[in-house]
Write a protein that binds this ligand. Structure first.
Ligand SMILES: [Zn+2]
Length: 145
């Protein structure tokens, strides 16, 4: 079955320039989005214009970041990730992803997540809890599971 691949749109924060995924959009609809840069965290109200550009206005809110734990229960369908990869022979990539690297290393390069053929699998990961720490400093033992 031939399928079209879709990618999530990203926008640059008007304040710091950090690129953030903004999810699925509809032209003319208004959305709220906040900067992914932990040192910025400014929130914007924005609208996607008819020419696909974005008009963003600051809301005055600054988001504080912490660490959240998510879990994915076993599924009866495979989960697929589309990631930015180095152009290399398939056998080299197979070794890299199957044996060499930790998934933590490529999750920041994920451009799409599919559950089976569903390209928008809301609820794939379930929220478990959060702690008042930077995510990079958090460990599983920090959470109540
Ligand atoms: Zn920013």
């Amino acid at each position: 079955m031939e399928q079209e691949i879709t990618y999530l749109p990203h926008v640059a924060c008007p304040s710091c320039g950090e690129l953030s995924a903004i999810g699925h959009t509809t032209k003319g609809s208004k959305y709220t989005w906040w900067c992914d840069n932990r040192d910025c965290g400014k929130q914007y109200g924005w609208v996607q214009n008819p020419d696909d550009s974005i008009t963003a206005e600051p809301t005055g809110t600054v988001v504080k970041y912490n660490a959240a734990l998510l879990k994915m229960e076993p599924r009866d369908k495979p989960v697929y990730l589309i990631v930015e990869a180095i152009d290399s022979a398939a056998e080299n990539q197979r070794y890299f992803y199957d044996e060499h690297t930790c998934p933590t290393n490529y999750f920041s390069k994920v451009e799409g997540i599919y559950l089976g053929e569903d390209p928008d699998p809301h609820g794939l990961f379930e929220f478990v809890g959060s702690v008042d720490k930077n995510a990079e400093d958090a460990e599983l033992s920090d959470f109540e599971i």
